[in-house]
Design a protein around this ligand. Structure first.
Ligand code: IMP
Length: 203
């Protein structure tokens, strides 16, 4: 397992919500973070068929071009009664005909696909890949289980958060304070694994 020995790390995401969350998760480690957008890096096409494959290709592309270690996340919502959809297509389900992303629309699509189904269970998945300019990659996958509510509730978070109720909780991710979501989210789960393996000396 290769360790990150910093000090700078590229966050290879163009999604402002994700960059903010990853930034908040990294802040306590004293890592100097720079976003792919700030470096003007192009966003590679997500051609992988799994969350892991997409996280790895995004991290590798950013590390190779920037010459710095890069961290990428690929994540999404897997709805059990829909055979895991929207899955790796979670962002695409938000695309309207003109290409604009609208997550109210994505949630409506999800609800319409679920209509009449008794099983409303789902989970969020996050794959986090840390890549180095020499092509080495470490990847970790996290998950949080829950059910989908309708109508959506809350204005916090992003994406499908307002319709996701984590198991054992009364507030949706959209209603939770960021710190409460961070404590239990799929991204936090993957992050804990990444930090334990690659950021803490002597582990
Ligand atoms: P990608 O990883 O950039 O392909 O996009 C993943 C998509 O999954 C996001 O645009 C969101 O729609 C959804 N998603 C991933 N993580 C979360 C989350 O923590 N809350 C809500 N939606 C999420």
């Amino acid at each position: 397992m290769r360790k990150f020995n910093g000090p700078r790390l590229v966050i290879a995401s163009h999604n402002a919500g994700k960059v903010r969350e990853i930034d908040e998760l990294l802040a306590p480690l004293g890592v100097e973070v720079v976003s792919a957008a700030a470096l003007g890096l192009a966003e590679p096409e997500e051609t992988g068929e799994t969350f892991r494959a997409n996280a790895e290709l995004k991290a590798l592309a950013a590390a190779t071009v920037s010459g710095l270690p890069a961290l990428a996340d690929d994540s999404g919502l897997a709805v059990h009664a829909l055979g895991g959809r929207p899955g790796i297509h979670s962002a695409r389900w938000a695309e309207r005909d003109d290409g604009a992303r609208d997550f109210a629309f994505a949630m409506e699509r999800t609800e319409a696909a679920l209509s009449g189904k008794a099983d409303r269970t789902a989970h969020f998945v996050a794959a986090l890949a840390l890549a180095w300019p020499d092509g080495h990659v470490e990847c970790f996958e996290g998950r949080v289980d829950g059910t989908l509510v309708w109508p959506p509730r809350g204005g916090n978070g992003f994406g499908y958060d307002p319709m996701f109720l984590a198991l054992g909780h009364d507030l949706t991710f959209g209603e939770m304070e960021p710190a409460a979501k961070h404590a239990i989210s799929h991204r936090a789960d993957a992050f804990r694994q990444l930090v334990a393996a690659c950021f803490r000396r002597g582990r």
